[in-house]
Ligand binder design. Structure first.
Ligand SMILES: *Cc1c(COP(=O)(O)O)cnc(C)c1O
Length: 419
């Protein structure tokens, strides 16, 4: 690539990039700085970000409130181990998240990445039953879903998708089901779960949107059916809100739209506003109770080195300030309306199968996915950062994006798809 900085030329021969065929991939772009909804490349070009750094930068980049909170924390204490010691940002975060949660989702375990928080939820479910004298070893998971890249979470992702299909033989064997979308399917699912209940620790799902699986939506009823089936069969329910949490689907949490209380709920991505790696698994008091005992072996057996990371928790507390202080539901409502109006014409473009919008997620699905790779540079040429994958071109912009910048993003999609 022309005009690349020295660090790029010197480092590219040593870095190993994610999900990238290093031999044939188009070289990545060097990004030098960020601000608001913009990425600035090292050659000075600016791109409006339509993806919000994998859905994390909910408040836009370099939000002064988050940066100030982190600077203060950095001076006082970047981090201290969470074993035998606790810190103020972590405990504040736990208290605040518990207060935001529905029902008795009241105990917050703090980890670093989304995948690890899902691993923690899965371990909680397994040990919940062990502690009660039951050996349950399996999870029920759904087609089209994504819960992370670690070996445990891969075993509850869609088994056939390109991302993890390769590892099928070495992954734990769980029970795969279709997400129920009708009452009839819900009844069948409930019967299926009941039949296997004695071996199932938890059902795990993404709520309302299967994100990395292709931005596929489902109705809140589906979540209510899952909750009923789990209650009926006596199985725990894990809801993974790592993508949907913090207004992405319109409500603060996706479960709010269904009015259900899962047994464990995971959050990451927008939790820290996309600034610091941070995730949480929040459990109901009834789950916590199964670990609360005089017997030390009943304690939860997990503890990441960077657990309760003070700097990351300071970022998350500042992110929560912003979510509390400003009307994000209204912001997302406006984004949703604008994306519906401005992406609708794509429905008439050649090679477009469907257009769908939920909250701040706008999706144009193509008939023929083979064109996807050729689209990427066309977006960069138009000054926008949009990363089509599978058979979809989609937008998940920072929730703070203004009308004009969002118009530039939707305009680029119409233009590139020939709408
Ligand atoms: C991104 C994502 C994860 C994994 O989070 P990482 O931080 O990438 O490990 C898990 N579940 C869902 C729903 C996600 O969108």
């Amino acid at each position: 690539m022309p005009n690349t900085p020295n660090w790029y030329d010197e480092g590219m021969g040593h870095i190993w990039l994610p999900y990238t065929q290093m031999k044939t991939a188009v070289p990545p772009l060097p990004v030098a700085s960020t601000n608001g909804v913009r990425l600035t490349l090292s050659d000075g070009r600016e791109l409006i970000d339509g993806i919000a750094s994998w859905w994390a930068a909910a408040h836009g980049y370099n939000h002064p409130h988050i940066l100030d909170a982190m600077k203060q924390q950095l001076e006082a204490m970047p981090h201290a181990m969470f074993g035998g010691l606790v810190n103020e940002p972590a405990l504040k975060l736990a208290k605040r998240l518990a207060a935001m949660m529905p029902g008795d989702l009241n105990r917050v375990f703090i980890a670093e990445s989304g995948s690890v928080s899902v691993e923690v939820a899965m371990k909680m479910a397994l040990q919940y039953y062990f502690n009660r004298g039951e050996k349950r070893t399996k999870f029920v998971h759904f087609r089209g879903t994504y819960h992370g890249d670690t070996l445990g979470t891969m075993a509850v992702c869609d088994p056939e998708e390109g991302m993890h299909g390769l590892f099928g033989d070495v992954l734990a064997k769980n029970l795969l089901a279709d997400l129920p979308r009708t009452q009839e399917a819900a009844d069948q699912f409930a019967a299926f779960l009941k039949k296997h209940a004695s071996d199932v620790a938890a059902v795990i799902t993404e709520p309302l949107v299967q994100g990395a699986g292709g931005m596929v939506f489902h109705q809140p009823e589906t979540l209510r059916w899952l909750r009923e089936a789990c209650d009926d069969a006596g199985v725990l329910l894990i809801v993974d809100e790592i993508f949907t949490g913090f207004y992405r689907t319109g409500s603060r949490f996706a479960v709010d739209q269904a009015g259900i209380v899962p047994d464990m709920l995971t959050l990451s991505k927008a939790l820290s506003g996309g600034v610091s790696p941070l995730s949480v698994c929040i459990a109901r008091e009834s789950v916590f109770d199964a670990f609360y005992d005089d017997d030390p072996s009943k304690a939860l057996m997990h503890g990441p080195t960077y657990m309760g990371h003070a700097l990351g928790c300071a970022a998350a507390n500042a992110s929560l300030d912003l979510f509390e202080r400003e009307d994000y539901a209204a912001k997302v409502h406006a984004i949703e309306g604008q994306m519906m109006a401005e992406l609708a014409p794509c429905g008439f473009a050649p090679n477009v199968k469907s257009v769908r919008v939920k909250g701040a997620i706008g999706v144009v699905q193509l008939e023929d996915a083979s064109a996807i790779e050729t689209l990427k540079p066309k977006f960069v040429e138009r000054g926008v950062w949009i990363r089509p994958f599978r058979d979809i071109v989609y937008l998940t912009p920072p929730l703070t994006i203004g009308e004009d910048d969002l118009g530039t993003l939707t305009g680029a999609i119409r233009d590139v798809l020939g709408a």
